[in-house]
Structure formats: C-alpha cells, structure tokens
Design a protein. Structure first.
Ligand SMILES: [Zn+2]
Length: 322
C-alpha cells in the first residue's frame, strides 16, 4: 500500500511522484487547500517515500521499519511542528530548534522532513527564521508547509516553495473512503475529515430549526412574523449551537441559490429538496445573495460580543422582504 491508497487529487499525486522520481526533489513544499482533504496524510506519505527502505523512489511500502515509525510518529528524522498547547501561534523558538538540527546528518533515515502544520500560524519572527532554512537547505532536508490558503504565508516563504493546491474530494471519492450515509457524503462538501467528524443527527435537528426559520421568514405576514421572531429567539437562545447554526445556514442558503439558479445537481440537502424548491421559489436570487452577505457579517461578529438575537431578527427581516 503506497500512494495508490490516497483518494482524490490524483493529478497532484502524480505530479508529486514525478518529482520524487527526479534527482532534485524540492526542499520547500506547500500543500494548500481546504481542511480535511488529506494534506497532512500526503505530507506523511511524502516523508515515507523519502525514507522507505523497500519501495522505489516515488512510493513507499508502508510496512518497513521506517514506514512503521513514521506511521507511529516515532521516526527521529520526521517531525511535525504545530501550535503548542495553550499557544495561538507557532513560535520562533520552535523553528530555531529545527534549524539547529539542519547541519547534522539524519539520525536513522536518508532524509529529514519537517512538516509545519498549520504553517499559516507561524508568527512573523518564526516565518522569517524559517526563511533561512529555505534559502540554504542541506541536501537531505525537506520542509512541507501545510495551509488552507497559500496567501496566508509570507510571500518570501512561499516563493521559495513549490505549491501544491489540493481540491475538495468528489462525492464518489468521499464514498470511496467508506462513508455510507449519503447525508454525510453530501454535507462533507468534499472534506473527508468533515465527513468523519460530523454528527448527522445533530446536524439534521439544527437544519430543521433553521429551515423552519427561513420558511417562516420567507412568507411572513404580520401573524407569521411573530412566529418567525419566536423561531429566531429559539435559534439565538441556544448559544452552544450558534457556530453550527451559522455553518448550517450557510449551506441552506447555498442550496437555495443553486436551486434558484437552476443547478439542482449541486444541492446538498437532497433529502428535503421539495421543501427547498418551494422556499427557493419564494425568494429571489438577489435576496439570497444579500442573505449570504449578511451571513458573513454574522460570522465576523461571532467572535465579538454582538447580540445574536438582533442579528437573527435582521436576517429574518431581510428574508421576509423578498
Ligand atoms: Zn517502507
């Protein structure tokens, strides 16, 4: 089992393997793309290929001592640098520590691999320190920087790296990972990490509340409007669910937009599509785009202490004006 076991992004994997076959594998790599599509897994696979004692240069066996140690996280030449507990950023001391090992030969393998994940959380000093390592890397040292958005990395850092852009997985690729619940397959939005961590029952329950909210708001006359405000209070009152609610609402609005634009194959909530069609027919695309814009405002203010009740009331008003 080697790179063939990696599901999705097959062209990217092929490009990476071609590089591994060449003599000069880039010393700095950036793996960029959404959460949960296999960037870290691919970084570990690359580390295995660079150190495997059995398989050829562009693959790994996944069962030799070297591969096993990398899988167990105990290989002395393969290190993941991440945000330390109770810290919010990767600090310069962590980067200095790995740079101090650069002049030494690998301890047990052929190559040293430093995986920095998430690389966008390196603070300015840490990024600048890393530059030194990227400028004059020893023959057998490789850096793999992982980030959702490559533009969050310093330009000077990313310009010294070869960038690989990971895409979300297709529905079939998510199924290929063994996800059988079609609701989760679609709600994962191409992230296998999300498909594995989502709680389908909780999600369905919140969706029901929010869909009810949108339905009430879309058809609000005076009497309905009171009902809508009650629903809004219900949503805003449950603090615990607020983050989930924002994510669910974003998906609902996304689906409504796809339906109103006549692209039903993109719809995630196919199990309640009839209700969505009815709702979409009552809301103009323009209004939906406004709602999506408003959602971003809400997301931006979640961290601040803005009154959630007011936000939902305003959302209700936008919806009912269409
Ligand atoms: Zn191996």
């Amino acid at each position: 089992m080697g790179f063939d076991a990696f599901i999705g992004n097959s062209k990217l994997i092929e490009r990476l393997r071609n590089k591994l076959r060449e003599d000069r594998f880039p010393h700095g790599l950036v793996f960029a793309g959404p959460e949960g599509v296999g960037k870290h897994t691919c970084a570990l696979m690359t580390a295995k290929a660079l150190n495997c004692t059995v398989a050829g240069p562009a693959d790994f066996c996944d069962s030799c001592v070297s591969c096993n140690k990398i899988n167990a996280g105990t290989h002395s030449d393969v290190m993941t640098i991440s945000v330390e507990e109770e810290a919010s950023q990767i600090k310069i001391a962590q980067i200095r520590q790995i740079l101090s090992t650069l002049s030494f030969q690998p301890l047990e393998g052929r190559n040293k691999i430093f995986i920095i994940d998430p690389a966008n959380l390196m603070n300015q000093e840490a990024s600048n320190a890393l530059l030194k390592g990227l400028e004059e890397p020893p023959e057998n040292s490789f850096f793999i920087l992982i980030a959702v958005n490559v533009h969050e990395l310093l330009l000077t850092v990313r310009s010294r790296c070869q960038v690989y852009h990971f895409s979300p997985l297709t529905l079939d690729e998510i199924r290929g990972h063994g996800i059988q619940d079609e609701f989760l397959v679609r709600w994962s939005q191409g992230s296998i990490g999300k498909a594995r961590s989502l709680d389908a029952e909780r999600l369905k329950a919140r969706r029901e509340v929010l869909l009810g909210f949108l339905e009430a708001a879309a058809g609000a006359n005076d009497a309905d409007f009171r009902e809508m405000l009650a629903a809004s209070a219900d949503i805003a009152g449950s603090k615990q669910d607020f983050g989930t609610d924002m994510a669910v609402l974003a998906v609902l609005i996304r689906d409504l937009l796809f339906l109103s634009e006549g692209i039903p194959e993109q719809v995630i909530n196919i199990d309640v599509e009839a209700r969505f069609r009815e709702l979409a027919a009552r809301l103009s695309s323009e209004r939906l785009i406004q709602m999506a814009g408003f959602l971003r405002v809400i997301e931006g203010s979640v961290k601040g202490n803005i009154n959630r009740q007011i936000l939902f009331d305003v959302m209700g008003l936008i919806t009912s004006e269409s």
